[in-house]
Design a protein around this ligand. Structure first.
Ligand code: PLP
Length: 361
């Protein structure tokens, strides 16, 4: 069984070890005699899977008792609504820093709940960079500040959190979740769709500081209220059992591979290899993100013409590199190199790109 290199932005590559373990145990979980796809979310077997995944993630990320870790559904997109519904009242105004298409979608939903102040945006520069701290116009009375830590489509990333004083900081970390160890204390709420850097589609991780739950009003719909999910340990309704199982295997894999500091070092190394190729191509490959905002997860770049871009993608696909086509809103190419993406695949892509340039330069 030959595997190719999957550069897709999401759903994305998973560690081979995880896939193999899942495959081996899919027919029957050891000692259980049933597939993980068949067990009840109220069973002892699942309880153990759920608890272990939470424990391993908490250990990796340093999640303390003043936070709750949730596994929800509805994607990161549902969090665009749940965040304002739960956290905006009573101030009914929030700051949003807009750094790409996902931030804009978050704004769209927040506007249905209250007043949105765009505290910073780089839209006029085609989102090719992260705004500087001094450019932000923050409201000290905002209910929270929302930002997108990694912009999957444009390929930009915050290296440091915006400084927001005492206003709770909320982050959509979908595409760089657990790519390094972050200081959780700076955050009031972090959410991430699992399908980029953590697991399969169908689970959204939410980490919420418990004191914020006081804001969630009882008038909210039960499923849209964070309190419901905290009080029921994410098991109010049928959880995505298989998704959490895979996330648990990924967390185990992360621990085995040195944790998030080791992952971060490797992520920096991998991204550097690719950006170096872009920078040393004499302008043949042109990065979309400015160097001080470059994402370690999604590397976006263009070629001298759309024709060449199409040609490269076609030849790359034949050579076993999949998912390199950029998002339709930016065009060009995008190489997503999440935690599970092997360094060898990045090196092979770079030699392919050099070869392509020498033949088509
Ligand atoms: C993919 C993505 C989303 C949307 O995630 P869904 O789980 O499909 O709703 C939101 N934000 C960011 C930053 C993303 O990369």
């Amino acid at each position: 069984m030959q595997r190719i290199y999957n550069f897709s932005a999401g759903p994305a590559i998973l560690p081979e070890e995880v896939l193999k373990e899942a495959q081996e145990n899919l027919f029957s979980l050891p000692g259980v005699g049933m597939s993980v796809l068949e067990i009840s979310h109220r069973s002892k077997v699942y309880d153990a899977i759920h608890l272990q995944a939470k424990q391993d993630m908490s250990e990796l990320m340093g999640i303390t008792d003043d936070y709750s870790l949730l596994f929800l559904q509805g994607g990161a997109s549902l969090q665009f609504s749940m965040v304002p519904l739960n956290l905006m009242p009573p101030a009914n105004k929030a700051d949003y820093i807009v750094t790409g298409s996902w931030s804009k979608k978050a704004v769209k939903e927040a506007k249905r709940v209250g007043t949105v102040n765009i505290a910073g945006t780089t839209e006029s520069e085609t989102f090719n960079r992260i705004p500087k701290q001094e450019e932000l116009k923050l409201d000290p009375e905002a209910a929270y500040v929302h930002f997108t830590s990694n912009n999957t489509i444009y390929g930009t990333e915050w290296y440091n959190e915006p400084e927001v004083g005492n206003v709770p900081l909320v982050c959509d970390a979908s595409s760089d979740f657990m790519h390094k160890k972050t200081d959780l204390k700076k955050y009031a709420l972090v959410y991430a769709g699992a399908q980029k850097n953590l697991g399969p589609a169908g689970v959204t991780v939410v980490i919420i500081r418990k004191d914020l739950l006081a804001r969630s009003q009882d008038s909210l719909h039960t499923m849209l209220n964070y309190k419901t999910h905290v009080e029921n340990d994410s098991l109010y309704n049928t959880i995505n059992v298989f998704g959490v199982y895979i996330i648990g295997l990924v967390a185990k894999w992360l621990k085995k591979n040195g944790g998030l500091d080791a992952m971060y070092a490797m992520n920096k190394e991998k991204a550097a290899i690719l950006y170096k190729c872009i920078d040393e191509s004499g302008g043949y490959y042109k990065g979309h993100a400015l160097p001080d905002s470059r994402s370690l997860m999604n590397v976006t770049f263009r070629l001298p013409s759309e024709e060449l871009e199409k040609k490269l993608i076609a030849e790359a696909t034949k050579a076993g590199f999949d998912g390199l086509k950029g998002h339709r809103s930016v065009g060009g190419l995008r190489a997503s190199i999440y935690n599970a993406f092997p360094k060898k695949g990045v090196e092979e892509l770079v030699s392919f790109m050099k070869d392509f340039q020498s033949k088509n330069g």
